[in-house]
Design a protein around this ligand. Structure first.
Ligand SMILES: NC(=O)c1ccc[n+]([C@@H]2O[C@H](COP(=O)([O-])OP(=O)(O)OC[C@H]3O[C@@H](n4cnc5c(N)ncnc54)[C@H](OP(=O)(O)O)[C@@H]3O)[C@@H](O)[C@H]2O)c1
Length: 435
C-alpha cells in the first residue's frame, strides 16, 4: 500500500439490512475512494447474533463474532459502526466504544433520541466523535445540513415526512381508497412494513427522528417523551375521501416550531393542502421542509431507508471521520446545544381542525354544535353535510375550523359527549397549512 494511505480498521455491530450495506461498501466499493480521501477502510470484526445465518453478503467466517469485546476492545479498531438497532445492548456497546477512545458512527435513532446528549458529552470527554447521519432519513442528508450548512440560520419550523412505511400506507389509502388494514397488508407483502409494524404505525419511529431533528434545529434538547404522538391506525377511507374533496392529502407529519413561548413538537396525521410540496411526497419517500431566517424555505427529499441508501449515509460519516483521523483532529463539527428550552404541552398548541361527526337526524342539531364551538371561541371555516342514513336516523357532518386552541377543541369533544344529538366523533384531524 502507498505509504501516504492510512489503513483504518472498522468494527461493525450488526450485519442486517444496514450492516450488510455497510459491509458491502467497505469490502466492494470503498477502494475506488481510497486515493480521494487518503485512507483504506478495512473491516476488522463484525458482531452478530447468529454467525451461521444466510446473509446478503458473504464475508470470511473469521470476521464474524458473537463476542462484543472482540470488536469493542480491539485496540486496532479506530471506528465502531453501530447498525444493530434497539436501545440495549446497543447503548452500552456505544458507551464502551467511546470510553475505549473509538469514534462512533450509528444509525440508531432510538438511542440518539433518548441518549444523544449523553453520548456526545462522553465522546467529547474522550476526544472522539459521534456521527449519526443515518439515524434520520436513511440516505437523505439531514444531520450534516443542520450541523453545518444551516447553522447561521434561526430555524423557525421543521415539517417532515420521515417514516417511509406510513407514507407508503397513506399513499395507498389515498390512491386506492382502501382502509388502513388493507394498505398495511399490502405494505407488508412488499417488504415496506415489518411483520410487527407497531413502531412505524404508532408514530414512535417518527417521534425518535423528530427528537433528533428538533434538538439540532432549535439547539435545545428535545426528548421523545416530550413529543405529542398520534399514529395512523384510526384513519379511514372516508377521511381520505373528504380530505380529497376539500383539496387536501393526509400525511403523517413530524412538526417542530420555534415559538416565543417555547418549542412545539408533535407527530400526527395531518391534512396538507394539495398545492404544497409535502403533499406530493408519496410512497416510501421522505422529505423534510424547514424555514430558516436567512435561507428561506428548504425541502430535502429522498429515500429514507434501505440497505444501500442508509449505507451511503454511514459511509459518508466514516469518510469524514477518516479525513479527520488523517489530519489528527476531532470534534470538528460538534453539536452545540444552548440552554434547555421549554417544550409546550399539546394543550397550548393552536392549529386548524377537521372534525367528522355522526349526529342525530333531527332539527336543532347543528345549532347545538355551533353553540358549543362558539362558546369555546372555535370558528367554523367550512362545513359538509352528507346524506342522511335513514335506517340509523343519523347524518354525517364534517366541520373544518379556523385556527383554534387544542385545549378548546378537547373541551368541545367533552361537551359533544354530553349532547344526545352528537352520536359519535368519528375523526379529529389537524390541518397543517404551513402557517
Ligand atoms: N433498515 C433501514 O432501512 C434503516 C434505515 C435507517 C436506519 N436504520 C437503523 O439501523 C439499525 C439497524 O437496522 P436494520 O434494519 O439493519 O436491522 P436488522 O436487519 O434487524 O439487523 C440487525 C443486525 O444486528 C444484529 N444484532 C441485533 N442485536 C444483536 C445483539 N444483541 N448482539 C449481536 N448482534 C445483534 C443482528 O444479528 P443477526 O443477523 O445475527 O440476527 C443483525 O445482523 C436500526 O437502528 C435501525 O433503526 C435502519
Amino acid at each position: 500500500m502507498n505509504a501516504d494511505i492510512l489503513a483504518l480498521r472498522i468494527g461493525l455491530l450488526g450485519l442486517g439490512t444496514v450492516g450488510g450495506g455497510v459491509a458491502e461498501f467497505i469490502q466492494l466499493r470503498s477502494s475506488r475512494l481510497t486515493h480521494l480521501f487518503g485512507c483504506q477502510l478495512q473491516l476488522a470484526r463484525v458482531l452478530v447474533r447468529e454467525p451461521r445465518k444466510q446473509r446478503s453478503i458473504d464475508l470470511p467466517p473469521e470476521l464474524l463474532t458473537t463476542d462484543p469485546g472482540a470488536v469493542l476492545d480491539d485496540p486496532s479498531v479506530a471506528i465502531i459502526v453501530e447498525a444493530m438497532g434497539g436501545e440495549q445492548p446497543a447503548l452500552d456497546y456505544m458507551r464502551r466504544a467511546l470510553r475505549n477512545g473509538k469514534h462512533l458512527v450509528t444509525a440508531n435513532k432510538e438511542v440518539l433520541a433518548k441518549h444523544g446528549p449523553e453520548l456526545l458529552a462522553l465522546a467529547a470527554q474522550h476526544n472522539v466523535d459521534v456521527y449519526y447521519e443515518a439515524s434520520v432519513g436513511g440516505g437523505l442528508p439531514l444531520i450534516g445540513p443542520f450541523k453545518r450548512d444551516l447553522l447561521a440560520n434561526q430555524i423557525s419550523s421543521v415539517r417532515a415526512i420521515i417514516n417511509g412505511t406510513t407514507n407508503y400506507i397513506l399513499t395507498r389509502m389515498a390512491e386506492a381508497q382502501v382502509d388502513f388494514a388493507a394498505a398495511l397488508r399490502e405494505a407488508q407483502a412488499l417488504g415496506y412494513a415489518e411483520p410487527d409494524p407497531h413502531n412505524d404505525v404508532s408514530g414512535l419511529d417518527a417521534v425518535y427522528k423528530l427528537a433528533i431533528l428538533a434538538t439540532l434545529a432549535f439547539h435545545s434538547e428535545v426528548r421523545p417523551d416530550q413529543i405529542y404522538c398520534e399514529g395512523i391506525t384510526k384513519l379511514t377511507a372516508r377521511d381520505f375521501r373528504f380530505a380529497a374533496e376539500m383539496g387536501y392529502q393526509i400525511k403523517l407529519l413530524a412538526i417542530g416550531h420555534d415559538r416565543a413561548e417555547g418549542i412545539e413538537v408533535r407527530v400526527h396525521p395531518s391534512l396538507v393542502p394539495k398545492a404544497q410540496l409535502l403533499a406530493g411526497v408519496n410512497g416510501v419517500y421522505n422529505a423534510v421542509e424547514l424555514d430558516g431566517d436567512l435561507v428561506g424555505r428548504v425541502l430535502l427529499y429522498g429515500r429514507g431507508a434501505g440497505s444501500l441508501p442508509t449505507a451511503s449515509a454511514i459511509a459518508g460519516d466514516v469518510i469524514d471521520l477518516a479525513r479527520n483521523i488523517r489530519k489528527g483532529i476531532s470534534n470538528r463539527t460538534e453539536v452545540t446545544l444552548g440552554p434547555t428550552r421549554r417544550v409546550l404541552p399539546m394543550e397550548d398548541v393552536s392549529t386548524r381542525y377537521y372534525l367528522r361527526l355522526h349526529v342525530a337526524d333531527r332539527p336543532g342539531v347543528l345549532a347545538d354544535i355551533a353553540a358549543v364551538l362558539g362558546r369555546l371561541q372555535i370558528s367554523i371555516a367550512a362545513f359538509i353535510q352528507q346524506e342522511v342514513d335513514a335506517a340509523r336516523r343519523s347524518a354525517e357532518i364534517v366541520i373544518v375550523t379556523h385556527r383554534a386552541h387544542e385545549a378548546a377543541i378537547r373541551s368541545a369533544l367533552d361537551e359533544f359527549a354530553g349532547l344526545t344529538s352528537v352520536l359519535e366523533v368519528a375523526a379529529l384531524l389537524r390541518i397543517e397549512d404551513g402557517s
